[in-house]
Structure formats: structure tokens, C-alpha cells
Write a protein that binds this ligand. Structure first.
Ligand code: AP5
Length: 190
């Protein structure tokens, strides 16, 4: 069983690459952003709460996100492994994930990060914002706020996973196929 954290700044290509990787490696893909957006679309209590943070580009509070993620893992008891996309995003989330997996005699196998320059990623998100309808892609100020959140709260996770010898970096620039090939090279070693 392998459990992978797909890591990267907003727009790095996590969701795009996860679509391929989940099939190739038979992993359950859990995107916290997608789960929040599903709840927003369905007007659930969780969705209404998450929306107040997501629309501004702020992270949703840890306790809400951790509880949601754990319940999604528990919905998939037969899974051969998980591909976590957009989670963890804080040290508290990473520690909670480790503790939760340990209760199932499991652990994170590796964290694989897609690396790319901020300006390229902001341009990608502004382009997607024209058609996606995602409020957090609509203007550069919100997008920049997402990068600030990343830099303050999420970037420290790189050292957290490096200290465990579980961090792998992949160049996220190039065609989608080129990036997929680089990721596959790393996944095949895990
Ligand atoms: P989330 O949905 O996770 O958004 P994100 O991390 O900001 O990531 P994106 O989905 O924007 O980017 P991505 O890396 O998946 O790239 P994608 O493949 O889409 O989170 C949204 C919000 O939810 C957060 O801000 C927060 O409020 C909340 N949230 C979620 N998780 C949370 C957590 N754990 N804790 C607290 N709050 C949380 O690609 C982007 C674009 O680029 C697409 O248009 C794609 O077609 C294009 N593209 C992809 N690859 C390439 C390529 N190689 N070349 C050119 N274009 C490419």
C-alpha cells in the first residue's frame, strides 16, 4: 500500500496530474479543494463555512479540514492507497495525518512536489479563471493571497517531509505529458 502526498503551489498541476496518476497506480484520489467545492455546490453546512475562506484565498481552518479528510479516508476502507492532493497544507494537518494513518498501521510513503515559478502559475490560474467559474481564480489579488498562504503555512511542510527522508521534487514546467513522465519516474521508485 502506498500513500502519496502530491504537493505544490496553487496551479502547479496537482489536480491535472492526479487524474493520470490515480489510474496508473490504482490510488484513491482525495482532493480537499474538490471536496470543499462539491460541498459548496450542494449548499451543505461544510460548504457554506468553507466558502467564506476559499473565496478570499484563505485556508479553511485545520480542525474542519482534518475532520473532513479523515472521514473521506474512512469512506474508502478497501483502498489500495491514497493520493492526497491539497492536503496536508499546514504542519498541524501533516501531524494529524501521520497520527491518523498510524491508527491504521499505515504511513505516508512519500511527498512528491511539483515545482514552478510563481509568475507562470499565476498566469495559468488567471487563464483558467476565465472559464472555470472558480471565485479564487478570478482576480490576481486573491491568487496572490493564496501564494501568501502557501508561503506562510504550507511551504514549511517541505522541511517536515525532508526530515523524514520522504520529499521528492519534480520540475512542473513543460507540457502536461512531460511533467507526467517525470512524476512517473519518481512514482515507479516508490
Ligand atoms: P485547491 O483546490 O487545492 O486549489 P490549489 O492548491 O490552489 O490548486 P489548484 O487546483 O488551483 O491547482 P493545481 O495544482 O491542482 O493545478 P491544476 O492541475 O488545477 O484549494 C482551493 C482552496 O480550498 C484553498 O485556497 C483553500 O481555501 C481550500 N483548501 C483546500 N485544501 C485545503 C487544506 N488542506 N487546508 C485548508 N484549506 C484548504 O492546474 C492549474 C491550471 O494549469 C489548469 O488550468 C491546468 O489545465 C493548467 N496546467 C496544468 N499543468 C499544466 C502544464 N504542465 N502546462 C500548462 N498548463 C498546465
Amino acid at each position: 500500500m502506498i500513500n502519496i502526498v502530491l504537493f505544490g503551489k496553487p496551479g502547479a498541476g496537482k489536480g491535472t496530474q492526479a487524474e493520470f496518476l490515480k489510474e496508473k497506480y490504482n490510488l484513491t484520489h482525495l482532493s480537499t479543494g474538490d471536496i470543499f467545492r462539491f460541498n459548496i455546490k450542494n449548499n451543505t453546512e461544510l460548504g457554506l463555512l468553507a466558502k467564506t475562506y476559499m473565496d478570499k484565498g484563505d485556508l479553511v481552518p485545520d480542525e474542519v479540514t482534518i475532520q473532513m479528510l479523515q472521514s473521506e479516508v474512512d469512506k474508502n476502507p478497501q483502498s489500495a492507497g491514497f493520493l492526497f492532493d491539497g492536503f496536508p497544507r499546514t504542519i498541524a494537518q501533516a501531524e494529524a495525518l501521520d497520527a491518523f494513518l498510524a491508527t491504521k498501521n499505515q504511513e505516508i510513503t512519500a511527498t512528491v512536489a511539483l515545482e514552478a515559478d510563481d509568475n507562470i502559475l499565476v498566469a495559468r490560474l488567471l487563464e483558467r479563471g476565465k472559464t472555470s467559474g472558480r471565485p479564487d481564480d478570478q482576480d490576481e489579488e486573491k491568487i496572490r493571497n493564496r501564494y501568501q498562504e502557501y508561503n506562510e503555512k504550507t511551504a514549511p511542510l517541505m522541511d517536515f517531509y525532508k526530515a523524514q527522508g520522504k520529499f521528492h521534487a519534480v520540475n512542473g514546467i513543460g507540457t502536461i505529458e512531460e511533467v507526467t513522465a517525470r512524476l512517473t519516474n519518481v512514482f515507479d521508485t516508490l
